[in-house]
Design a protein around this ligand. Structure first.
Ligand SMILES: Cc1cc2nc3c(=O)[nH]c(=O)nc-3n(C[C@H](O)[C@H](O)[C@H](O)COP(=O)(O)OP(=O)(O)OC[C@H]3O[C@@H](n4cnc5c(N)ncnc54)[C@H](O)[C@@H]3O)c2cc1C
Length: 488
């Protein structure tokens, strides 16, 4: 009997009765719907790489429970080599999608691995966090569950918190408890990839006060849970890979989740009504280090891609001799090199967590890289716009026109400095998809916001820094007699 490939069994799992809403309709066949087909095909092919001889060892490790190979995002690092193994696995999937698929589960799997690694110091007073997370982690790992996150409240009125909102259902909360579990009502945003994952992790991202106790729980919900509606934004997916090489393959989709009274069994309720336990979990070093490590590896793939496109465009239209174009391409390389260096430093400075013995990459360089990414990416896209300029408009509506009635004229006027028209047009269609298509614009927004509000992220880096490292020498100088020199 033929065994299903892991990518095929992933596809089969998407027929679980999930309520995916697109253009006002409930999509029953997610893998074959035009809004999702290209992306599901991409995800399935990434999953299949786990079994291919060239990539299998890098992408997987042996599950201690089953003896089977499982995804390396679930590898708990007990040495630097494990951190590098995780890095290589992230790199392979990120490079395969040019960093354009940011929620192919390694991020949420890394969060889960962090919760598992720190299970004995996390959780509320009576939630049995360690036992529940252990079982959930092992299931996710051994069944290869794909997952995503939905942390934020719908953007209704940010001047009010949950407890002073006039509508108690505007924020996600528990409305009923039974001996089997909880019933939740409310909404969460933005869940990238929700239509085609198995599982979604839910908890509040920002610190809640004790007044918001009832809005402070952490649980996992299946994407197909009855009562859960996955309401998609307008699809950006294209069915024309030649015209839209990125939108046809990598539209991750973003959804708002509406919980119209959804049942969650106790087994999946990791923290209940406990804002401080949630915050401790959010700030846990293993959770932060392992998840940010993945995001920085992915960012490198994407910046490499942008740099490559910038270089190819500049060469194709013969502008690389201009000093300012060289300076802009140089800036892209400076970005890339900075992020790569920060990642390397974080791995070089990796050490075991004092409580758990789990090895973690250093957090400060990762946080710095992630914060830089929210400013680097929009700047990188701006640089591409400046280099491409009006050439982005010098593309016929379809590639086929190059062979149509106007073919000879288009071949003449749409060619590059030393490349034929077909090559130049293909490259500029790719650049358009990256820079300015709906997918491209969404990516710019994503890089600014995916990891939280950048304003608060920068402020948090400032507030979390031990300022005395900087200020002590300054005060020493002020209090020091003239001409006296001391080591810092
Ligand atoms: C494309 C995309 C994909 C995403 N995917 C995911 C995902 O998969 N999972 C997930 O959980 N989240 C996801 N997010 C959500 C993302 O984490 C949030 O967008 C981000 O944290 C900002 O929150 P917000 O959108 O609610 O903005 P808001 O918090 O509403 O902010 C709006 C504006 O008000 C300002 N502001 C609001 N409150 C404050 C405050 N207290 N202090 C200072 N300034 C304030 C902000 O600076 C900003 O300028 C995604 C977002 C995008 C854009």
């Amino acid at each position: 009997m033929n065994r299903q490939s892991p990518g095929s069994s992933y596809r089969a799992r998407l027929y679980d009765g999930r309520k995916v809403w697109v253009n006002g309709r409930d999509v029953a066949d997610v893998p074959n719907h035009p809004a999702f087909k290209g992306t599901v095909d991409t995800v399935a092919s990434l999953i299949d790489l786990q079994e291919q001889p060239e990539t299998r060892d890098a992408l997987t490790f042996t599950s201690p429970a089953t003896g089977k190979r499982v995804n390396a995002a679930f590898l708990v690092p007990y040495g630097k080599e494990d951190i590098l193994h995780r890095h290589e696995a992230f790199r392979i999937w990120s490079d395969a999608t040019f960093g354009m698929m940011s929620r192919i589960s390694e991020y949420s799997r890394s969060l889960l691995t962090g919760w598992y690694a720190s299970r004995n110091r996390l959780g509320g007073a009576s939630d049995h966090f360690a036992d529940k997370i252990t079982r959930y982690f092992e299931q996710s790992r051994d069944l290869d569950w794909m997952s995503t996150t939905a942390f934020h409240d719908p953007q209704i009125d940010r001047s009010k918190g949950p407890s002073d909102s006039p509508d108690p259902d505007a924020y996600l909360r528990i409305v009923k408890e039974t001996s089997d579990g909880i019933w939740v009502r409310g909404a969460k945003m933005v869940a990238t990839a929700a239509p085609y994952v198995d599982e979604i992790f839910i908890y509040p991202f920002h610190r809640r006060s004790s007044e918001d106790l009832l809005y402070s729980s952490m649980f996992a919900v299946s994407a197909g849970a009855p009562g859960l509606h996955l309401v998609c934004r307008e699809p950006f997916a294209s069915e024309q890979p030649e015209e839209h090489p990125l939108s046809s393959r990598y539209d991750e989709m973003d959804a708002v989740l509406i919980f119209d009274d959804v049942f969650v069994p106790w087994e999946r309720v990791f923290i209940k009504n406990d804002p401080e336990a949630i915050w401790k979990m959010r700030m846990d070093p293993a959770v932060v280090a392992l998840s940010q490590h993945q995001t920085v590896v992915r960012l490198i793939s994407k910046l490499e891609f942008v740099t490559a496109v910038g270089h190819e465009v500049a060469t194709t239209i013969g502008v690389t001799h201009h000093l300012h174009v060289q300076e802009k391409l140089g800036e892209l390389l400076v970005q890339l090199s900075t992020i790569k260096s920060l990642l390397a430093v974080s791995e070089e400075l990796a050490k075991p967590d004092a409580d758990t013995g789990v090895w973690l990459p250093a957090i400060e360089p990762l946080t710095t890289a992630r914060n830089l990414g929210s400013r680097y990416y929009p700047r990188a896209i701006g640089i591409l716009q400046h280099i491409c300029a009006g050439g982005l408009m010098q593309t016929p509506s379809t590639l086929a026109e190059l062979d149509g009635p106007l073919g000879p004229l288009l071949q003449k006027y749409y060619r590059g400095a030393s490349s034929p028209a077909k090559e130049r047009v293909r490259l500029f269609k790719l650049a358009w998809d990256l820079i300015a298509s709906p997918l491209g614009s969404r990516h710019e927004l994503y890089e600014i916001f995916y990891s939280g509000d950048p304003v608060r992220a920068y402020a948090a880096q400032y507030l979390g820094y031990d300022q005395t490292r900087l200020t002590d020498p300054v005060w020493k100088l002020i209090g020091q007699p003239l001409n006296e020199v001391s080591a810092r």
